[in-house]
Design a protein around this ligand. Structure first.
Ligand code: ATP
Length: 447
């Protein structure tokens, strides 16, 4: 069962209160399934993405980076199967509200709540539902000023296809041979119609995808490898392994391109749901693009002359969904001195701000000294200076955005050049010298 402390309402309200994430177009009443990221949301998102890049291209040397276009040649989606196959069965409410829902989401929702799935009804008004009908999830637009036949293009529904289209280009400069990977982070778009659940499912979202090209005989072993690697990534960044599980797709659930897929699921407040998918895409995509484009997209071993179409293992994660999992897992409430506190126990690598510098008083030289300490620290890490309001309130604010450390400058600082260093999680306060503060914090942050 999801924890009782964390609810989606609490996460949504904290995200809005502290300016992480809020509904888009709010002055016009909002727009379905679309959110904006404010200051701390941007910083947190950047840290998630940076940690992903680190795992892909800094901590190993068999993966290269790519940033391909969002709008590609429309034949891309014919070849990939998305035009024909990227459809989800929709049901419409035949009762009062007439809303549409994805049949699979209604079923999953009922399963997660432990309810029967043999007779689903409209979750909004309780009306009967129509038979499922297919509906394409891609957003269509046109190139050129007039809408005419042949000018239709699509916003990509996944970043992966750009990687397949550039496979040959990358091979020319990457100086890699299978097994090797191409990684990309960028926006994807899907005309999702299932509402709610905050940033879990949005119309536009960032994906972190990596296509790992392997000799066909090694596909199974690399599939296992990437399931482990990706699971461990979340654990290393602070997610409780008890809140994560791997779930293999049944045959009826597999995407049109996949011969095996497993989801890493997280125990969100809405129940166990997909956080990331790891798919064995076989040689489907390269074969299709070779056929549709007439280009040869196989690998030729320069030494042996062996030729084959590599198989592809794909870990595909959503930035927003990961961020939501990190927020939910970090969210906690405790009590200090009889007062309730909300705290985000974010991993230091993800915390938007690493240290807050707080003068105890707005006089007696405290602000000047604090400013000097802050200016030194910010050369080394994301730091924040805050002199507004009672010290307890300022600590609480930093706790809510997940800042691991706070430095307080007080009257003793002018006497012996020491400050207090407060730890977000243990609440311990140490007296430490100003000299060497940055090194001390850097060591703690990387511990
Ligand atoms: P779902 O069925 O939950 O919508 P999916 O199985 O269609 O997801 P994939 O195509 O496997 O998703 O995409 C890979 C990852 O991209 C997902 O695990 C998820 O993290 C993210 N993702 C996909 N669709 C969305 C969306 N609409 N909003 C936010 N993230 C998404």
């Amino acid at each position: 069962m999801p924890s009782e402390v964390v609810t989606m309402d609490k996460i949504v309200s904290l995200a809005k209160r502290r300016g992480f994430i809020f509904p888009a177009s709010e002055i016009y009443g909002g727009i379905a399934n679309t959110y904006d990221y404010g200051h701390y949301g941007v910083l947190l998102k950047q840290n998630v993405v940076n940690q992903w890049w680190k795992a892909m291209i800094q901590d190993r040397d068999d993966i290269v980076a790519l940033d391909s276009a969002i709008i590609q040649h429309p034949r891309t989606w014919e070849a990939s199967g998305h035009l024909a196959g990227f459809t989800d069965p929709l049901v419409q409410c035949l009762g009062k509200c007439k809303r549409r829902f994805r049949a699979d989401h209604l079923r999953e929702g009922a399963e997660a709540r432990g309810e029967p799935t043999d007779h689903l009804v409209c979750p909004v008004c309780g009306g009967e539902l129509s038979e499922p009908r297919a509906f394409n999830l891609m957003f269509e637009t046109t190139i050129g000023p007039v809408q005419e036949a042949g000018s239709a293009v699509y916003l990509r529904p996944e970043t992966a296809q750009g990687i397949f289209l550039d496979f040959k280009q990358v091979l020319q400069f990457a100086r890699r041979k299978p097994p090797f990977g191409i990684a990309q982070v960028g926006k994807s778009f899907r005309n999702e119609i299932t509402p709610g659940n905050f940033i879990f499912r949005t119309l536009e979202f960032e994906q972190m995808e990596m296509e790992y090209f392997v000799p066909p005989g090694e596909a199974d072993q690399w599939y296992e490898h990437w399931m482990r690697e990706r699971f461990d990534w979340y654990v290393r960044l602070g997610i409780d392994p008890e809140h994560l599980r791997l779930r293999a797709h049944g045959a009826e659930e597999l995407s049109h391109y996949s011969s095996a897929t497993s989801d890493i699921e997280y125990l969100y407040p809405i129940g166990w749901s997909e956080l990331e998918g790891i798919a064995n895409r076989g040689d489907y995509d390269l074969t299709q693009h070779a056929q549709f484009s007439g280009e040869k997209l196989d690998w030729v071993d320069p030494q042996t002359g062996d030729r084959y179409i590599p198989h592809v293992i794909e870990p595909a994660a959503g930035v927003g969904r990961s961020l939501l999992a990190f927020l939910c897992d970090a969210y906690d409430e405790d009590e200090i001195g009889g007062e309730r506190r909300t705290v985000l126990r974010l991993h230091p690598a993800l915390a938007p701000v690493k240290v807050a510098v707080l003068p105890l008083l707005r006089k007696a030289g405290h602000p000047e000294k604090a400013r000097a300490v802050y200016e030194d620290l910010r050369r080394h890490m994301k730091a924040e200076y805050d002199d507004g309001g009672a010290i307890g309130r300022r600590y609480r604010r930093q706790d809510e955005i997940g800042t691991p450390f706070a430095i307080t400058i007080d009257h003793q600082t002018s006497e012996d050049d020491t400050v207090t260093l407060r730890d977000r999680d243990t609440l311990e306060q140490e007296r430490v010298p100003v000299e060497g503060l940055a090194q001390r914090l850097l060591a703690k942050l990387s511990a």
